[in-house]
Design a protein around this ligand. Structure first.
Ligand SMILES: CC(C)(COP(=O)(O)OP(=O)(O)OC[C@H]1O[C@@H](n2cnc3c(N)ncnc32)[C@H](O)[C@@H]1OP(=O)(O)O)[C@@H](O)C(=O)NCCC(=O)NCCS
Length: 174
């Protein structure tokens, strides 16, 4: 459904929201029965919980007081989750933050919300001093690929991640 995007409000979310984010994630899988299930890595309570500590940011998009989308910027520090480990030429991987996940609820797709959320995550990352943003996208996810390109990310390489799944690594210097 097309909505008046000027009425969408963006709010930083707290950790109590996790059960709702997991439900939205399941709804996305349910809605993608015809898509290769590898299009998205399934997050758990624990893989989301680490994203609520600053400078990471979990951002919700609300329309008429209902959560319709969310996005996660994850500052993974020196852990293996930091996608900068896969970027050639980065000396200090802590200068990178991962654009980890965006989900727009099925009824609200087609309003450019993923690109809006990524833009807001980038503003936050810039303000926090990060120099790179990176994101992995499945080859079965043309919508996310298009939105990352729209946000001026470029394809850095194609690699195997998360136990052998093919992923396109997108990077942007900010
Ligand atoms: C990827 C995603 C966030 C994009 O949502 P969005 O920001 O609403 O997408 P856009 O506004 O760019 O949509 C552009 C067009 O593609 C269509 N589209 C977007 N996502 C689609 C999907 N999953 N399946 C089919 N069509 C889709 C839109 O309806 C729109 O069509 P229109 O131009 O005819 O109106 C959304 O599809 C989603 O939440 N998918 C499931 C979770 C996921 O894959 N997240 C990304 C992980 S990196």
């Amino acid at each position: 459904m097309k909505i008046d995007t000027s009425k969408v409000e963006y709010k930083k979310l707290g950790i109590d929201i996790i059960p709702i984010l997991l439900a939205i994630q399941e709804e996305a899988f349910e809605h993608a029965k015809d898509v290769n299930p590898d299009f998205l890595r399934r997050n758990t309570y624990d893989t989301l919980a680490v994203c609520f500590e600053e400078p990471s940011l979990v951002l919700g998009a609300f329309y008429e007081n209902e959560i319709i989308a969310f996005g996660i910027l994850y500052a993974a520090g020196k852990t293996d989750e930091n996608l900068a480990k896969d970027i050639d030429g980065v000396k200090d991987i802590t200068e990178n933050a991962n654009v980890k996940l965006t989900i727009v609820r099925p009824n609200f797709r087609g309003n450019g919300l993923q690109a809006s959320i990524i833009t807001k995550l980038e503003e936050h990352a810039k303000a926090c001093g990060f120099k790179y943003l990176s994101s992995t996208v499945s080859p079965f996810n043309p919508w996310s690929q298009a939105n990352l390109k729209k946000c001026n990310f470029t394809v850095h390489k194609i690699l195997k991640k998360y136990g052998g799944l093919e992923r396109i690594l997108f990077v942007k210097e900010i």
